[in-house]
Design a protein around this ligand. Structure first.
Ligand code: MG
Length: 285
């Protein structure tokens, strides 16, 4: 199931995307009342759900919204692919230390946008905007101190995320929050694919394509900390809730690592593709 969040005539709705019909199936009256991501999960988990989706809209006729309702900042993993650590001149020692303990940071919820939205260039504060292709994991069940063996029970599905980053701000502030959190710096979508349709999340091709050119191309099987370990680490002493988002890290090929650097420019088209999950496309203002 591909879960979509969208707006029409200033009201937000939820629906599922029907590939065969190329339509969003929904019940506008009922889904406009869903408040939390748990409400959304319960609604679409209902056995009779499909018979209740009596409205159909075309994707082009609505404004898509980020398909998640997180209860906390977007949870992000820094440096979860060895090749990405190396492209930033990281050593084997750095990789060993990260194997020991992952790096976490967050992106402000105010940075969320979705497929088709514009990434603002913020030229007044940054001159170094970069892309990061990532698989996003969406939590579907409340839990704390979740073991890696149980981790998948707490996962609802997956989405595609671009961890847009102002490299100069990351460096100047020494802490990544600001450079990762400018408005529009967290494109996610276009939908959440439920986990039953992604049988091997740890074996998916992840790519970024800038102006038609493939810059990053890797596989989620290269993560240093796999998804189940990330859920275990993050939930240690911290409750994960339905709708929370985990950005699982980016592989090598980011713009800053090219010599010379190939950062995003005004007018750049950024596409992030995760095999079996979706394609997320945004243009830089
Ligand atoms: Mg990242």
């Amino acid at each position: 199931m591909k879960l979509l969040h969208f707006k029409k005539s200033n009201t937000a709705f939820w629906g599922i995307y029907d590939d065969a019909k190329a339509l969003i199936l929904t019940n506008m009256e009922e889904t406009s009342k869903l408040q939390t991501f748990q409400d959304v999960i319960s609604y679409f988990d209902d056995e009779d759900m499909k018979s209740r989706l009596t409205d159909a809209v075309k994707r082009e006729e609505v404004k898509l919204l980020p398909p998640v309702l997180p209860t906390k900042n977007i949870l992000c993993i820094g440096k979860n692919y060895a090749d990405h650590i190396k492209e930033f001149n990281g050593t084997d020692e750095d990789i060993a230390r990260i194997r020991e303990t992952p790096i976490f940071f967050t992106k402000a919820l105010s940075s969320l946008i979705t497929d088709g939205d514009t990434i603002m260039s913020h030229t007044e504060v940054t001159a170094a905007i970069d892309y990061e292709a990532e698989l996003a994991v969406i939590i579907g069940k409340k839990g704390i101190n979740i073991s890696k063996e149980e981790a998948y029970e707490y996962i609802y599905g997956y989405s595609v995320l671009n961890d847009v980053s102002a490299r100069d701000l990351q460096k100047n502030h020494q802490q990544w929050f600001k450079g990762k959190s400018l408005d529009t710096f967290c494109p996610i979508g276009p939908w959440v694919v439920t986990k039953d349709e992604v049988p091997e999340p740890q074996n998916l091709k992840v790519q970024s394509i800038i102006d038609g050119e493939v810059r990053q191309s890797a596989n989620t099987n290269l993560m240093i900390h796999p998804i189940n370990e990330l859920v275990e680490w993050l939930s240690k002493g911290m409750t994960l809730n339905p709708g929370d988002v985990i950005a699982t890290g980016t592989p090598s090929g980011v713009g800053m690592a090219f010599k010379p650097q190939r950062l995003l420019k005004s007018g750049s088209t950024v596409e992030i593709v995760v095999e079996g999950v979706g394609r997320l496309k945004n243009v830089v203002e």
